[in-house]
Design a protein around this ligand. Structure first.
Ligand code: ADP
Ligand code: MG
Length: 394
């Protein structure tokens, strides 16, 4: 168990909080503030308990240089509206300097301050110790609450913890609790559903989950690599030719471990990668040379939803088809609906899978939709995330 903000005394302390304020922007305006609102429980707890709150985050990819396009000023303004309180902010290209330090030192209990985009410093992504030290010099305690960047060892996510005591905020606590519990203490049957575009991206996830689940359902673009490896015609579907052997090895491993690895029995195919293309459903054995598989077919939907219905824990990563196009969304939608209706634990990891849940209005009916795309994937791979590793154990 990791220590959280509730395990320490924050009154009167300067508490540096790494948030994920990497919000989508258009023409200098925030187009979706969910990442800011998600950080509020931690910020408010610290304010209510008399901490001097110093927030930091990255925004976009300024490539280690000051660039006004990536200033956190719009985030400061949105935070002020949401907190109904002034958020102190100094925009220096160095992020930390004597003036910023003086401002931090002048904070009263419950005051809130925001640092400029930490990626204005080239040292940030290199996790250089001097920058970690500079950041640490601003505060007494480090709180990591940026799950979305927890898989990166950067100065503001990991390096800083060498110089300050480190605990988690509510967001990271929640992610670790749901993702961690699902993987380590699952109620069984435990089913994982894996899809998405490429097998190669998901091999480590499949390998890790083979050690944990009872059943693994495969869908999405990666299914065609498995089909081709078995010797079937896959037409113009996307295939990872380098991973053919691996696909067979994974099937063998599943057998050895007594895990049911299910592949689709049919697909919805299109002539081209387009929503307006000619569409036809084919069984796995009958795919034509000149069409591509873009979704799991109706027989597979029936098979997979039945498996989901009987599960007690379901972890899902990767859409079943090209859900962005309405003609190829059905597989993803039906599987997501089966999960939403389940009386069990349902966990969504992966950026596109979370987007699919949102698109179908099902996110609220899942036990947990992870906020970190890449981070949740690495968690499912069984990796130790550097931003979580640095948090002190209870
Ligand atoms: P996540 O972000 O949830 O981890 P991925 O990034 O691995 O998911 O994969 C998502 C993408 O996979 C989607 O953009 C979707 O369109 C694509 N995809 C799913 N099935 C297919 C398919 N049969 N052919 C091509 N692309 C597919
Ligand atoms: Mg993705």
């Amino acid at each position: 168990m990791k220590k959280t903000i509730e395990d320490i005394n924050v009154k009167g302390k300067k508490v540096l909080v790494r948030c994920d304020f990497n919000v989508p922007m258009k023409d200098g305006k925030i187009t979706d503030d969910i990442r800011i609102t998600s950080a509020l429980p931690t910020v408010k707890y610290l304010m209510e308990n008399g901490a001097k709150v110093i927030l930091m985050s990255h925004l976009g990819r300024p490539k280690g240089k000051y660039n006004p396009e990536f200033t956190l000023l719009p985030v400061k303004e949105r935070l002020e509206e949401l907190l109904s309180k002034e958020v102190k902010f100094l925009s220096y290209e160095t992020v930390v300097c004597d003036k910023v330090r003086a401002l931090a030192d002048s904070l009263c209990d419950s005051d809130v301050m925001l640092l400029e985009n930490v990626r204005f410093r080239s040292e940030e992504e290199k996790n250089e110790v001097e920058f970690s030290k500079e950041l640490a010099s601003l505060g007494d305690i480090f709180v990591n609450d940026a799950f979305g960047t927890a898989h990166r060892a950067h100065s503001s996510t990991a390096g800083i913890a060498e110089f300050l005591p480190c605990v988690s905020g509510y967001l990271i606590e929640k992610e670790v609790k749901f993702l961690g519990d699902a993987l380590e203490n699952p109620k069984r049957p435990f089913v994982a559903i894996l899809g998405g575009a490429k097998v190669k991206d998901k091999i480590p996830v499949i390998e890790n989950l083979l050690n944990k689940v009872d059943t693994l359902l495969i869908g999405g673009g990666m299914m065609y690599t498995f089909f081709k490896a078995e010797g079937y015609e896959v037409g113009t579907s996307i295939v990872d030719d380098e991973s053919l052997e691996l696909a067979n090895t994974l099937q063998k491993k599943a057998k050895e471990k007594g895990v049911k690895l299910l592949l689709p029995v049919d697909s919805v195919c299109g002539r081209e990668f387009s929503n307006d293309t000619e569409i036809k459903v084919f069984d796995k054995e009958n795919m034509p040379k000149d069409m591509m598989g873009l979704d799991i077919g109706p027989k597979t939907v029936e098979l997979y939803t039945e498996v989901v219905k009987n599960a007690k824990t379901v972890v899902w990563n990767g859409p079943m088809g090209v859900f962005e196009m309405s003609n190829f969304e059905n597989g993803t939608k039906c599987v997501a609906e089966a999960m939403a209706s389940l009386d069990g634990i349902t966990i969504i990891g992966g950026g596109d899978s979370a987007a699919a849940c949102d698109k179908f209005g099902l996110a609220d009916r899942m036990t947990h939709v992870s906020t970190g795309g890449g981070a949740s994937l690495e968690f499912l791979e069984g990796k130790v995330l550097p931003g979580i590793q640095v948090i002190e154990d209870k």
